[in-house]
Design a protein around this ligand. Structure first.
Ligand code: DGJ
Length: 729
């Protein structure tokens, strides 16, 4: 609910559990007043105190008064060069060379429903379930208007933000920075939580207290990256899963980003999040506009758990555009770890036949089916079937898979090109590279210049041919390198600072065309696993291969970190063979199933090599996942332990929305001899209900399971697992 106090120029955004307030003050500065637990009928601007502070300048309008400074007052969208020396949100360069930016309140507009951003991903609504507030600010010397967008999804405690810049003057303006979100706090005793890692180990939680000065995470790799996720949290120092206030900030963007927090001299703090200023400079001709990508905030007054569940609910309902919405997704089998590049049609059909017999419904043909692609040094860019491997092409292979009762999916890496390809031989200038410099390779490949329409068009035409040649219901959209040599032959020298962002817009453009033309095709995102696991991609690819590390034990950490923002149904997770291809670890097949089925479930192994016992276990897992699909994919998710801290086991729980069912999963770590007897305290149950566990007769009260816990049977071997299915009686 958006509440306006027009007389006092106060804007209050209420969600179910939170309140956000701004005020345009006596100098038309838009102050950030409050964000936190819900407070009704409130005017909180007296919280913002200001007095004379040396070296903190006073705006010209203040005359002789020294008691007001932009350097002290919390700002809604911070500026630079006029007295606020903390992190800026925006920086303009005018033709006279100045970099000063001064924004003052001009007006507002309310709209029903959620705003949309052309060419960019964003949360959406269909029935005006959200409201929009737009606040207009103006830099009157630069003649630049800044529109601050707020989307309020009340039931989800979700406030989305975006920023649009309009050059209303008659001179060119260069935009050197344009953040999506600025959030000021009149406190700095907060912890910052970020999600970091590397290829094969993404989104590991890192928590620490804010320190004086600036601390930040970000990416300058052209992708949101394996290294730092564009989702960060700030919280009370003692906040945990169930207690304390916490703030989540998620950027719906898949390219360079920065999330920086500054603790300033008077123990205030500021979070600024948006496109990374590195090599960013956007030219705004007179009349020109620029839109910064969307950011989405959830505040939970009651710990991380509820913040995550609100993100999960909102993402499932208002971000994903999933062709399987409301329908059960098939379990998939992917041939990558089973065959790598070494396969032919017979081998694929053999794996598919085994899979079909086990209840698996989607066969995905991974890398290696096209051009001269027999290893990873050639072929990218030539999206024509390799007829030596697949005689008769997809026209012959796909019906054979469909006859088994399975859907067919295909791997593509549209953004890339190998120098050893027909595409590169005909259009070498289509790859990103700087004149006079030999470009760096990543995985032996170069990146196509997706900022150029003709390049995208060429790839799309090839993709369409593939997609129309057979009945294809799934695409794995891969991307296997960071960007280097970022220079485009399509732009003049003065506009090269636009290439990184235009590249991302190009990727979104092609994905949107695919979505519009083939809405029935499920696209799974992938970037060497989880290198582009972000809210921007999720808008186009409702599930993303979570990591190239498929080891069940490593996955406990990866999926735990991912779950802070992203719902289980978005995390591609597969059972693979042992010893594991990435780390050589042997884990029980059951445990691999338990871990992977808390995700978009699938297999990635040569099923034709399984023993009869293994086949029985796989059949059981597939059945289990199908039976509890709704509970796992659409239920509420509770983290019961922290795999970065607890060595004995990792546990988590899915609870149905009506609280009548729950599925608890637990995976042991390295077992210690004579280890302590443990109880697991469950969460999210109904205190007034009694539950059966694994269909046994005995009943347990919800209150007892949550307060006293459930006894964990003794585990005597490393990496064993168990699942408890609870049903209210
Ligand atoms: C990287 C992906 O993450 C893998 O799953 C696989 O598709 C390979 N690329 C194929 O080259």
């Amino acid at each position: 609910m958006i509440v306006l106090d027009q007389e006092n120029r106060i804007f209050t955004l209420h969600t179910r559990n939170t309140t956000y307030q701004m005020k345009a003050d006596q100098y038309n500065v838009l102050e950030h007043v409050y964000y936190g637990a819900r407070i009704d009928n409130c005017e909180l601007s007296e919280l913002l105190q200001c007095g004379e502070r040396s070296f903190s300048p006073n705006p010209n309008e203040a005359g002789k008064s020294r008691s007001y400074s932009l350097d002290v007052i919390p700002q809604e969208y911070s500026t630079c060069g006029v007295g606020d020396f903390r992190l800026p949100s925006i920086e303009l360069e005018l033709v006279n060379g100045s970099h000063t930016t001064d924004l003052r309140y001009k007006g507002f507009r309310l709209e029903k429903g959620k705003y949309t951003l052309e060419g960019l991903p964003g949360f959406w609504d269909t029935d005006e379930e959200a409201e929009t507030l737009i606040i207009f600010l103006i830099d009157s010397a630069a003649h630049v208007e800044v529109e601050l967008y707020y989307g309020v999804f009340e039931a989800f405690d979700l406030i989305t933000r975006a920023v649009r810049i309009v050059n209303q003057g008659d001179e060119t303006v260069r935009l050197c920075q344009c953040a999506s979100l600025c959030l000021d706090f009149i406190r700095s005793d907060l912890d910052m939580i970020t999600f970091n890692g590397h290829h094969l180990m993404e989104r590991c939680l890192d928590r620490g207290p804010l320190r004086s000065g600036i601390q930040s995470v970000g990416s300058m790799r052209g992708i949101s990256s394996h290294q730092h996720n564009p989702f960060v949290m700030l919280c009370d120092r003692d906040a945990d899963e169930d207690n304390g206030i916490c703030y989540g900030a998620m950027l719906l963007y898949s390219g360079n980003f920065e999330a920086a927090v500054e603790c300033s001299q008077y123990e205030n703090s500021r979070l600024v999040m948006g496109i990374h200023p590195y090599h960013f400079c956007w030219t705004l001709e007179p009349g020109g506009t620029f839109t910064a990508p969307e950011a989405a905030m959830v505040c939970s007054p009651d710990g991380f758990g509820e913040m995550s569940r609100q993100y999960h609910r909102a993402i499932r309902k208002h971000l994903l555009r999933d062709p399987y919405k409301g329908i059960q997704k098939p379990v998939l089998v992917n041939n990558w770890e089973a065959t790598y590049f070494d396969f032919d049609a017979e081998k694929l059909v053999e794996i598919a036949r085994e899979a079909a017999a086990l209840g698996i419904g989607l066969f995905v043909m991974d890398d290696g089916w096209f051009g001269s692609r027999n290893d990873d040094n050639s072929g990218l860019g030539d999206w024509q079937v390799n007829l030596k491997k697949l005689p008769g092409g997809l026209e012959s292979l796909v019906p054979r898979i469909k006859e088994l009762g399975m859907e067919f999916g295909i791997w593509l890496e549209p953004e890339m090109v190998n120098e050893d390809s027909n595409l590169y031989r005909s259009h070498p200038d289509w790859a990103l590279q700087v004149p006079g410099r030999a470009p760096s390779r990543g995985r032996g490949q170069l990146t196509l210049d997706f900022s150029r329409e003709e390049v995208r068009e060429h790839i799309y035409t090839q993709m369409k041919k593939v997609l129309s040649s057979a009945d294809i219901s799934y695409i794995k959209w891969d991307m296997n390198r960071s960007l280097t040599d970022v220079w485009s032959a399509g732009l003049p020298a003065g506009r090269q600072g636009e290439v990184y962002h235009r590249y991302v817009l190009g990727v979104y453009d092609l994905l949107e065309r695919l979505h519009q033309e083939y809405p029935h095709i499920l696209i799974e995102g992938c970037c060497g696993g989880g290198g582009r696991f972000d809210g921007g991609m999720l808008y186009y690819t409702p599930q993303i291969w979570c990591s190239d590390d498929s080891d069940a034990i490593d996955r406990l950490r990866i999926q735990y970190g991912t779950s802070f923002c992203y719902p289980v149904c978005t995390m591609g997770a597969h059972v693979s063979a042992v010893p594991n291809e990435q780390n050589g670890r042997r884990t029980p097949l059951k445990t691999r199933g338990v871990t992977a089925m808390s995700g978009a479930f699938g297999y990635e192994m040569d099923l034709s090599r399984c023993t009869a016992d293994e086949r029985d276990e796989i059949r059981r897992q597939v059945e289990m996942y199908k039976t509890h699909y709704e509970l796992i994919s659409c239920g509420d998710y509770y983290r019961l332990s922290n795999p970065f801290e607890d060595e004995l086991f990792t546990a988590w729980e899915h609870v149905s929305v009506d609280k009548k069912e729950a599925l608890v999963s637990l995976v042991a770590g390295n077992v210690r001899p004579a280890s302590p007897f443990n109880r697991l305290r469950l969460k999210g149950l109904d205190v007034s209900l009694y539950y059966q566990v694994n269909h046994e007769e005995k009943l347990y009260s919800g209150r007892a399971l949550m307060q006293a816990g459930y006894p964990i049977p003794e585990i005597r071997m490393d990496y064993q697992s168990l699942q408890l299915y609870l049903q209210a009686k």
